[in-house]
Design a protein around this ligand. Structure first.
Ligand code: ADP
Ligand code: XUL
Length: 516
């Protein structure tokens, strides 16, 4: 059996798979807010950060790891685990002093992780992906390299505030002594991996590409970017490597304390989005994942590392080899909820009455579906822009509004994913709004691709478990065929009659966006 761990913003989750029977043998989560309230991070981060700063507590993640394994171990025999892999919220960084390597390799199983590793931190908190405090550092690094186009060409993304490089630079500027006392900088993923293996782990290409530091062509840290980020950075970064690399066995602490077998293998940990690509069965080009959560994300495997000429999308490593794209849309469920509330509808009215009743209006009216600032495309919108019939523009007909909002969201995704040059053969939907049949059918129609929804709920932790099994010699694609199956809900087929209608709407949408 194989264990996947996902250290996400709000919780730490374990998924154990048993490929011999094709089942999930165990699942368990620790929620930082509910289970560890003493840390004062009800949503997984320290509330009230100023100037866009959002930090979390690395020692809280360690306390969660001890708690999770003691809970899992209470009802599951951990000596059955042959290999471990994991994932973490992307971009977050952990700063460690020169004692880390010695302490992590000689942990005392009669004590706990949190207490023993506390003295190894050179920065007590960790900036995470929600942090937007590094605008100045992004501009400084981009200027030193010759502009954002060049940064994007090298790293797959323009300089992004939440990415690790600018976060490291900010720490160096704010606390040069703390930076000088830092011997190792880990991502959330490689930090947890290091603790489990009892030695500093490499950073996998999937997560490394979210740092504005990895050169995608050489798959090595980019010397110019390291220099532009902070002095001496090359010595502080662990090497970059492929996710399925076996880096060793579980450390003696976990053997003695939780009953792992001493030869249990540890693969590298990756980012939660690359792990989700695996868990959603989408590591082969053609299967595209859309997650309809608080924000919407669009991710897909890419055979080669193309970059978005507009600089909106990101390129990360694909744990199965090659690359993946990730495109985030800020106005996801936030926008759907804003319209739903404005029209005083519930989700079922949104779905049935609005979408079912207006099918004949497909692609006629256009809405730029942005209720607030958007990142794809990057612009400070404050309200949606409408173009269409009088009945639509007057806002009087709720059905027309709902249809145009959702069509606008999917047209915007289609438009801003064209740079990848990957044909969408099948859409796999996940996230809160994916349960909604009307929304799912609309995605099928706009993309002219069948839509599937999978049984999995923890796609990152499941993906990590599959990576663990692959690191133990199993075939990742065969594992995905077993674990990433469509749920009971039938595949939704696109209506081919709407193909040319949405093709035309896409052009009009692009032109409306150009005028906005
Ligand atoms: P997160 O990104 O926070 O993980 P989820 O993927 O859990 O979010 O999605 C939560 C969102 O799903 C909620 O904000 C809500 O707007 C939306 N949602 C839940 N049920 C439905 C539904 N039946 N139809 C449309 N949207 C829904
Ligand atoms: C991706 C990103 C988020 C985090 C969430 O770029 O910032 O999806 O990975 O955990």
């Amino acid at each position: 059996m194989h264990l996947g761990l996902d250290s996400s913003t709000q919780s730490l989750t374990a998924v154990i798979i048993d490929p011999a029977s094709g089942t999930i043998a165990h699942q368990q989560s620790v929620n930082f807010g509910a289970d560890l309230p003493a840390w004062g991070c009800p949503s997984g981060f320290i509330p009230g950060g100023a100037g866009g700063e959002v930090h979390s507590q690395p020692l809280m993640w360690l306390e969660a790891l001890d708690l999770l394994l003691s809970r899992v171990g209470a009802s599951f025999d951990l000596s059955k685990i042959r290999s471990i892999a994991g994932s973490g919220q992307q971009h977050g960084s952990v700063y460690l002093n020169a004692s880390f390597e010695t302490v992590v390799s000689s942990l005392d199983p009669t004590g706990d992780l949190r207490t023993q590793l506390a003295p190894t931190l050179s920065r007590s908190t960790s900036p995470i992906w929600m942090d937007t405090s590094t605008g100045a550092e992004c501009a400084e690094i981009a200027a030193a390299i010759g502009g954002n186009d060049e940064v994007c060409r090298r790293t797959g993304s323009i300089m992004i505030e939440r990415f690790t490089g600018p976060q490291i630079r900010r720490f160096y500027k704010l606390d040069p002594e703390g930076y000088a006392a830092t011997a190792r900088i880990h991502l959330v993923s490689s930090f947890i991996a290091s603790v489990i293996a009892g030695t500093s782990a490499p950073i996998d290409y999937g997560d490394a590409a979210g740092m504005n530091l990895l050169n995608l062509e050489s798959l090595e840290w980019d010397a110019g970017l390291m220099e532009a980020t902070a002095p001496g950075l090359a010595e502080k970064l662990p090497p970059a490597a492929a996710a399925t690399t076996v880096q060793g066995t579980v450390s003696a602490y976990f053997v003695a304390k939780y009953g792992f077998r001493p030869d249990c293998r540890c693969a590298l940990f990756t980012g939660d989005n690359p792990a989700s690509l695996v868990g959603m069965g989408a590591t082969r080009p053609g299967n595209v994942v859309i997650s309809l959560g608080t924000s919407d994300t669009f991710f897909a495997a890419m055979p080669t590392a193309k970059t978005d000429p507009n600089g909106f999308g990101h390129v990360f490593g694909n744990p199965a080899g090659g690359f993946m794209s990730l495109i985030c849309f800020r106005n996801g469920s936030l926008a759907r909820e804003a319209l739903r509330d404005r029209l005083a509808l519930d989700w079922s009215a949104f779905d049935r009455e609005a979408l079912a009743a207006t099918r004949g209006e497909a692609g006629r009216n256009l809405m730029l579906p942005f209720f607030g600032p958007e990142i794809t495309p990057r612009k400070d919108f404050d309200a949606p822009l409408l173009e269409g019939s009088e009945a639509f523009e007057s806002g009087a007909d709720p059905g027309l509004q709902v249809r145009a909002l959702l069509e606008g969201q999917f047209l915007n995704m289609r438009l801003h994913s064209m740079w990848m040059g990957v044909k969408t053969e099948r859409l796999r939907l996940t996230g809160g709004a994916s349960k909604n049949d009307g929304i799912a059918q609309l995605a099928a129609d706009v993309f002219q691709a069948p839509v599937e929804r999978l049984e999995v709920s923890n796609s990152a932790a499941l993906g990590a478990a599959l990576i663990a099994a692959a690191a133990d010699g199993m075939d990742l694609e065969a594992l995905q065929d077993i674990y990433c199956r469509s749920s009971g809900e039938a595949t939704l087929r696109p209506d081919p009659a709407l193909g040319s209608i949405y093709q035309d709407a896409l052009g009009r949408f692009e032109s409306l966006l150009g005028r906005a």
